[in-house]
Design a protein around this ligand. Structure first.
Ligand code: ADE
Length: 249
C-alpha cells in the first residue's frame, strides 16, 4: 500500500514515518511513502503558497494552484502505474471524525493521498476540485494537518497484512468488539508491593480469557460507556455486566 502526503513540511512527515514499526514495514516494501512538498508546485517566483483571505479576517489561506498542481502530479504517477484514481483525504477539524471502522475501509485501498493544510485553511476551490474525504482526528485544533495525517497513516498501516509481526493481530485489541483493552502485566510478579492478578499466573487459559473479557467490560463501562452498548457480548457476559452494574449502584 502506498501513502502519498502533500505537505509544506516534508521533513516532519518523513521523520515521523521512518521510525519504529512503519519504518520497518517500509524497508520490507510492505508499505511505501511518497512525501511531496506542495511548495515545489507554486508558480510564484518567491515560492509563496499562501495569500490573504478574500473578505478579510485573520491569517492566511493556502492558494488553490500549488495544491491542485501538486495533486495532479501525484495522480498522474498513480494512473501511470495502473491504479485507479485515489481517494484524497483532507485533514481538517471540519471533517468527519476518524475511527477504527473508517481506518479499515481506507486500508482496502492500494493508494491513498493525504492533503495537509496550514494557516487558516486551503482555498475551497482546491478542496472541491481534488478532495474525496474530509477527516478530523478529534475535536481540537492543531497547527497543521501533518500530525493528523501521520496518526491516520499509523492506524491504517498497521491493518495492512505483514506490517505487524507474526502473531500480533491488529484485531485482538482495543476497539475490537467495541471494548477497550484489558490490563497487561509482565515481570516482576510483585512491583512496589503490587502483585500481578493471581488468575494470570494460573495457566488456566479459559479462566484468563474470561478475566480479561470482564476487565475489558469494566474498563469500557468506566471510561467509554457509549461503546458498551454496541459491544459484542455473549449472554453470559451480559449477565456478568448486569450484576456488575447492580453491585456498583
Ligand atoms: N488540522 C487541524 N486540526 C485538525 C484535526 N483535529 N484533525 C485533522 N486535521 C486537523
Amino acid at each position: 500500500m502506498k501513502f502519498h502526503v502533500m505537505t509544506l513540511f516534508p521533513e516532519m512527515v518523513e521523520h515521523g514515518l521512518n521510525t519504529s514499526i512503519l519504518g520497518r514495514a517500509r524497508q520490507k516494501n510492505i508499505i511505501a511513502f511518497d512525501v511531496v512538498d506542495i511548495r515545489d508546485y507554486t508558480l510564484d517566483k518567491h515560492r509563496r503558497v499562501d495569500d490573504y483571505p478574500y473578505g478579510g479576517g485573520a491569517g492566511m489561506v493556502m492558494a488553490a494552484e500549488p495544491v491542485v498542481r501538486c495533486y495532479r502530479a501525484i495522480e498522474e504517477k498513480i494512473l501511470a502505474s495502473g491504479c485507479k484514481k485515489p481517494r484524497v483525504i483532507y485533514l481538517t477539524p471540519q471533517g468527519q471524525t476518524f475511527h477504527q471502522e473508517l481506518a479499515k475501509e481506507f486500508a482496502t485501498e492500494e493508494e491513498l493521498v493525504f492533503l495537509c493544510g496550514h494557516y487558516e485553511g486551503i482555498d475551497e476551490r482546491a478542496i472541491e476540485t481534488i478532495v474525496t474525504d474530509q477527516v478530523s482526528i478529534g475535536d481540537y485544533v492543531l497547527t497543521g494537518g501533518e500530525l493528523p495525517a501521520m496518526v491516520m497513516i499509523d492506524v491504517i498501516a498497521r491493518l495492512v497484512p505483514g506490517v505487524l509481526n507474526n502473531g500480533e493481530s491488529p484485531e485482538v485489541e482495543t476497539f475490537h468488539d467495541n471494548l477497550l483493552e484489558y490490563p497487561q502485566y509482565t515481570r516482576p510478579e510483585i512491583f512496589e508491593g503490587k502483585k500481578v492478578p493471581e488468575v494470570l499466573l494460573s495457566g488456566h487459559h479459559a479462566k484468563i480469557e474470561e478475566w480479561r473479557r470482564r476487565q475489558s467490560m469494566i474498563r469500557t463501562d468506566a471510561v467509554r460507556p457509549d461503546l458498551i452498548e454496541q459491544a459484542n457480548l455473549t449472554k453470559k457476559e451480559w449477565e456478568f455486566y448486569k450484576n456488575y452494574k447492580e453491585s456498583q449502584s
